[in-house]
Unconditional design. Structure first.
Length: 294
């Protein structure tokens, strides 16, 4: 009989490409991963790996096993979810990856509610942007991703997952209170603070500036939106920020609506097999209780 733990290693090799990457992701040594995959080959009775330069690649038979492994893992999670539903309490550990403003503005309220309603549920939260969190969710490193998606820049939707759109969050132009400029086109010569290149937030903000007729002077770069606000408060830069960043609560900045009132979508994503697990549903319900920002 094939060992499901070894099949999971094979799936991770198909996903990550190298034995070293699998070992690092799952906290094994490379030799241990190789030994487990060799044992799986003996169980299967067919060759699963073949040399490809200094690396290895999966054979056609290995690809076949990986496809079945996806189904097996999803069904196992469904079984675990049904078993948990049969119990009288929501318990266990839920591993959540969430982007920064969600950790600041949404997650604390949800955690407080869960402590009151489900004291046996332990929620572990890691700040991580969805571009990294979604692949980690598929790999089993997290149970739920709380993510953000900017207008015009859709994120991948892995077929192994289910997504639930939670709320929308309006995006605004934020300027220092002492600046006279009040629209994006008027800020062509002013410095901006933006998120790093390669993030969808940066791509969206750059596209907004280009649509306004200029290339933004990205003088400051950080993923921390609280630093964005501090730089705007100090009169050093303009920013393009969502309402959940808390700009509306600052006295030394001015928030301006953008044409069309663009909004980012805030969502949760889980592996399909775990979608009905009580701990997942409890967390999603607690998040939904926050309601959309005013």
């Amino acid at each position: 009989m094939l060992d499901l733990r070894r099949l999971r290693l094979l799936r991770e090799l198909a996903r990550r490409g190298t034995i070293a990457a699998v070992a690092e992701a799952l906290s094994y040594s490379p030799s241990a991963v190789s030994q487990q995959l060799a044992a799986l080959e003996k169980e299967a009775g067919v060759r699963l790996l073949e040399p490809a330069g200094r690396r290895v690649r999966l054979t056609a038979q290995a690809d076949l096993l990986v496809a079945h492994t996806e189904v097996l893992l999803e069904e196992m999670e469904r079984a675990e979810a049904e078993l948990a539903q049969s119990l009288n309490q929501t318990a266990g550990t839920l591993r959540v990856a969430a982007f920064q403003t969600a950790v600041l503005a949404l997650v604390p309220h949800a955690l407080s509610q869960l402590e009151r309603q489900h004291p046996s549920l332990r929620v572990e939260v890691t700040e991580l942007e969805p571009e990294l969190a979604l692949p980690a969710l598929v790999a089993g490193e997290f149970d739920l991703v709380l993510g953000e998606e900017y207008p015009g820049f859709p994120l991948p939707r892995p077929r192994e997952t289910q997504r639930h759109d939670l709320l929308t969050d309006e995006l605004r132009l934020i300027t220092p209170a002492g600046w006279s400029e009040r629209s994006l086109p008027s800020l062509a010569s002013r410095p901006f603070v933006l998120e790093p290149a390669g993030t969808t937030a940066r791509e969206w903000a750059t596209a907004e500036c280009r649509q306004a007729g200029f290339e933004p002077d990205a003088r400051y770069t950080t993923t921390d939106l609280q630093i964005h606000l501090r730089l705007v408060e100090s009169g050093l830069a303009a920013a393009l920020l969502p309402d959940l960043s808390g700009a509306g609560d600052r006295h030394d900045v001015v928030a301006h609506r953008l044409p069309g009132r663009p909004r980012r979508q805030i969502f949760t994503t889980v592996r399909s097999g775990a979608a009905r697990h009580p701990k997942v549903q409890a967390f999603t319900t607690a998040l939904s209780a926050h309601g959309p920002p005013a």
